[in-house]
Design a protein around this ligand. Structure first.
Ligand SMILES: O=P(O)(O)OC[C@H]1O[C@@H](O)[C@H](O)[C@@H](O)[C@@H]1O
Length: 347
């Protein structure tokens, strides 16, 4: 009985995936004129660029905003990478190509164009771009001065946020990297995560460092346990990478930096940096002059850029992952803890 229910649910889900391919096709057919914009959105507003460029830039406005952004996005991005690691879901192009390759399957009668940016190597659910972008917009909106504002001002602001999120969804649909339901669910997940964190934000900020470090280490163990459990159950832990290799039109379009294991190292690194920085209750209100903040953040980001250029990609996977973990941990630790301390001493 239970097995039947599971089989029915899986069948229904696969039918939904096949039907949704028409939405990707519609977006590609009707909105091709906006292709440069969609490329811009997917390339420049992707999670790594948010961490390395947009968050530090926004952080010039105040330490409280910077701390909130680093903590919220590290958490949201880590949840997305864990989901991709535990259960990598289909992407539209993989599914379509599989259907055409399988002689017994019913052809959906859809044609999708593949792009260089379509060669993602992680699963489709959740859409990391939509999750991180939604979280960033929500956090920024929480720090806008809302008191004494008219309702039409608020409405305009929420309308603008909605348009920004919609642009990200359309960009991912156009590049055929995600299904519509994956984008919608990701935005929903990001908003719910932020809402529940918001309720415990003050207690999170005043937590002890050792407690948080232990949590991040446990998460690392969980990731390893999932890997070995999958091997034990004969499930390929790198299924999504293999799908990308199989169906990407040009293997050189695939990037090391987007493989699920790299995403985990990056996001656990960010979380570790935040954990080491705790407690930040006092320090997050250390506001110094904008000019000092600008110079301080510019120096940190210049160093971070140099370290990114020096990423050892040709010396084996372990070194690559360890380097990224440490670089990201240092980056968030400096932004959340060391920078405000230094700036406070200067002013
Ligand atoms: O899940 P998405 O939106 O297709 O993105 C896939 C990956 O794309 C990469 O460009 C990002 O750096 C990753 O963080 C992200 O996970």
């Amino acid at each position: 009985m239970e097995l039947d229910v599971l089989r029915l649910t899986a069948d229904y889900y696969h039918k939904l995936l096949d039907a949704e391919l028409h939405i990707n096709e519609w977006v590609q057919d009707r909105l091709f004129i906006a292709e440069p914009f969609f490329r811009f959105v997917s390339v420049y507003l992707e999670p790594s660029n948010l961490f390395n460029v947009l968050i530090p830039l926004l952080g010039i406005c105040g330490q409280d905003l910077l701390t909130h952004l680093v903590c919220a996005l590290s958490l949201v991005s880590a949840v997305s990478s864990f989901e991709k690691w535990i259960y990598p879901d289909w992407r539209p192009l993989w599914r379509l190509r599989e259907l055409y390759a399988n002689e017994y399957a019913i052809r959906p009668g859809v044609a999708l164009q593949s792009h260089d940016l379509s060669c993602e190597t992680s699963g489709g659910l959740p859409c990391a771009h939509s999750m991180a972008w939604t979280a960033l917009l929500m956090v920024v909106s929480m720090h806008l001065p809302m008191k004494n504002r008219s309702s039409s001002w608020r409405l305009t602001m929420y309308g603008l946020i909605g348009c920004c999120i919609l642009s990200m969804w359309l960009s991912r649909l156009y590049l055929a990297t995600e299904y519509l339901h994956q984008c919608l669910l990701s935005t929903y997940l990001a908003i719910s995560l932020l809402a529940s964190c918001q309720r415990h934000l003050n207690s999170l900020y005043s937590r002890r460092c050792s407690w948080a470090v232990l949590m991040v280490l446990l998460l690392g163990c969980l990731a390893m346990a999932v890997y070995f459990l999958k091997l034990h159950l004969d499930i390929d832990p790198h299924w999504s990478v293999r799908q990308a290799f199989k169906w990407c039109s040009e293997p050189t379009y695939m990037r090391h930096e987007s493989s699920p294991i790299f995403l985990l190292a990056r996001d656990l690194g960010n979380l570790m940096g935040v954990a080491l920085a705790l407690p930040v209750e006092q320090i997050r209100n250390n506001n110094s002059k904008y000019s000092h903040r600008f110079v301080g953040i510019a120096i940190v980001e210049l160093l971070n850029y140099i370290l990114r250029l020096g990423t050892p990609k040709q010396h084996g996977r372990f070194l690559f992952l360890a380097y990224e973990f440490i670089r990201n941990a240092l980056h968030s630790l400096i932004l959340v803890k060391l920078l405000p301390k230094l700036l406070c001493r200067k002013s």
